[in-house]
Design a protein around this ligand. Structure first.
Ligand SMILES: *Cc1c(COP(=O)(O)O)cnc(C)c1O
Length: 516
């Protein structure tokens, strides 16, 4: 395995190795009070993998020597080959979650149960590399993309790796997003993607134009059409434990069912000789833990499908209910519903509504991202600084600086997302007590917080390795270079082996981008 490249973050930022704990920087065990209004000390300890397996990759456990082990590799073995900060991807976990989604959708929407087929498209924006895309395709999923490069990676993954391995059809890919350019739409039409989800009247016009050109060039048959899905905004928004239903649509995504914009787009597709209405699409939000929002959205989509069929005779074959199933990030989050529970709830609504409306049952797809990628990765950080801040009346907080921050996990700064952190390089000693702590990054922003509130062992020291669970979705994919941090690599682990699925960026990579 690779040693850190010369000029990597490790070599360029010597602060970590140059500092030693100062007497004032060390917490005094047992003397710290938590700030007023905060939960009691001990309430915010990160659960161990054995206590909350849903929070951690499936192979995570405490080894006999007290270190955290993932994929059969202890923390010290992992960081010997992949220095911190590093994302650690449990391959078996991610692929297991993908297979579960593929099988629960196939089962709940099985034609022999009177349904019309179901499948899952992995939302690649959560974390995508060519290898991840190959895993998802091999494990029975499609792949949703939301940009030119995500689509290029999806397309590259369709063909075998030159070793006679399986190839997959472009019907297994999707393209989403608002404000698609004519070139992006044309690429999706030319490649005959399974899900081209349009988000505006212009995109419909771009698709028709692309079909005319492809017919003229003989790439499309003379009567061949492009199938489009329409992104609806149903008025249902969900996130966390609740959903809201509103007739107002004040957001950039989708075409409103309430204002008639969605219907106008659908009618334009039906009227165009180059296009066909493949289906209706809805994505109601993210980090959703209550299936009721999905059920309400399914109902809205099925009612619109019925209305379109009654008026035009066109009953679309497919509905896509998007992604958004939540996961647990901290011990305070209840375990999220399983994919099986969600698929079963959706199947029940689809069956009931189609029965009531007298419509044929559609093919149903979903687009999980976070629930596949999220729990599969943990981020390992090394503690580089400890600063106890007195808050008056005996209360204090330990600010724990780690060798990463908002550049490798933007979610806390972007929307206040909560995480937790576990002492991973050694077993916490229950005898030493705890200290109310805040994990912070090394960036020049006071909002550069990794974990807002966590109780850590009071003997925490510079050089200790901490693990933050559930960073696999929107961690590396939202990483950036603020303060010219190089983006960390993603190390895969499996059965005691390890490698890079994405190597760490180097200073040379960044300098190579500079013009003369
Ligand atoms: C983000 C997104 C998803 C995936 O959402 P998760 O919360 O990661 O499951 C699926 N579909 C669409 C259209 C999205 O924008």
């Amino acid at each position: 395995m690779n040693a850190p490249a010369p000029g990597s973050q490790e070599a360029v930022v010597p602060a970590a190795s140059g500092r030693t704990p100062t007497p004032t920087g060390r917490p005094a065990p047992g003397r710290s009070l938590v700030p007023a209004g905060e939960p009691p000390l001990g309430a915010l300890v990160a659960p161990e993998p054995a206590e909350r397996p849903d929070l951690w990759p499936t192979t995570a456990r405490r080894g006999d020597d007290g270190q955290l082990v993932v994929g059969g590799r202890s923390v010290s073995e992992i960081v010997a080959d992949a220095p911190t900060p590093v994302y650690v991807l449990d391959e078996a976990d991610m692929r297991g979650r993908a297979s579960v989604w593929a099988s629960v959708m196939a089962e709940e929407f099985w034609p022999d149960y009177g349904m019309n087929g179901g499948d899952a498209f992995y939302a690649g924006k959560a974390f995508l590399t060519t290898r991840v895309a190959r895993w998802m395709l091999s494990d029975g999923l499609g792949i949703d993309t939301a940009s030119r490069v995500e689509l290029a990676i999806g397309l590259a993954a369709l063909t075998g790796e030159g070793d006679g391995s399986e190839s997959f059809p472009p019907s297994r890919l999707g393209l989403h997003g608002n404000g698609k350019t004519a070139a992006e739409v044309a690429m999706a039409v030319q490649q005959r993607l399974g899900h081209l989800v349009v988000d505006s009247p212009e995109e419909i016009a771009y698709a028709a134009e692309a079909v005319r050109r492809l017919r003229a060039e003989g790439i499309y048959g003379p009567d061949e059409r492009a199938g489009l899905m329409v992104r609806l905004t149903t008025g249902i928004h969900a996130g966390g434990h609740e959903f809201i239903s509103t007739a107002h649509e004040d957001q950039k995504f989708g075409l409103s069912v309430h204002t008639g914009a969605a219907r106008a787009a659908i009618d334009a597709i039906i009227a165009a000789p180059e296009l066909e209405l493949r289906g209706l699409h809805s994505h109601i939000g993210s980090q959703i833990t209550d299936p009721a929002g999905f059920e309400a959205a399914a109902e809205a989509v099925l009612r619109l499908r019925h209305e379109v069929a009654a008026d035009t005779g066109v009953l679309c074959e497919e509905i896509d209910l998007g992604g958004g199933l939540g996961i647990a990030y901290t011990g305070a989050d209840a375990p999220a519903p399983s994919p099986a529970a969600l698929a079963r709830a959706l199947a029940a609504v689809v069956r009931r509504l189609c029965d009531e409306l007298g419509d044929a049952i559609p093919h149903v797809s979903v687009e999980p991202g976070r629930s596949i990628a999220g729990p599969a990765q943990v981020t390992l950080y090394t503690v580089t600084g400890l600063k106890r801040v007195e808050l008056g009346q005996g209360a204090s907080r330990l600010y724990v600086s780690v060798d990463g921050g908002m550049s490798d996990n933007l979610r806390p700064a972007l929307y206040g997302a909560d995480y937790t952190a576990l002492l991973a390089g050694r077993r916490p000693d229950p005898a030493v007590g705890l200290v109310r702590s805040r994990l912070v990054g090394k960036h020049c922003e006071s909002g550069d917080i990794v974990v807002r509130d966590v109780d850590l062992p009071a003997d925490l020291a510079i050089g200790d390795v901490l693990a933050v669970p559930a960073t696999g979705a929107y961690g590396r994919s939202m990483a950036m270079n603020y303060n010219l941090f190089t983006r960390p690599g993603v190390a895969w682990v499996r059965d005691g082996r390890q490698g890079w699925i994405l190597r760490p960026e180097t200073v040379e990579d960044l300098i190579a981008l500079e013009g003369e």
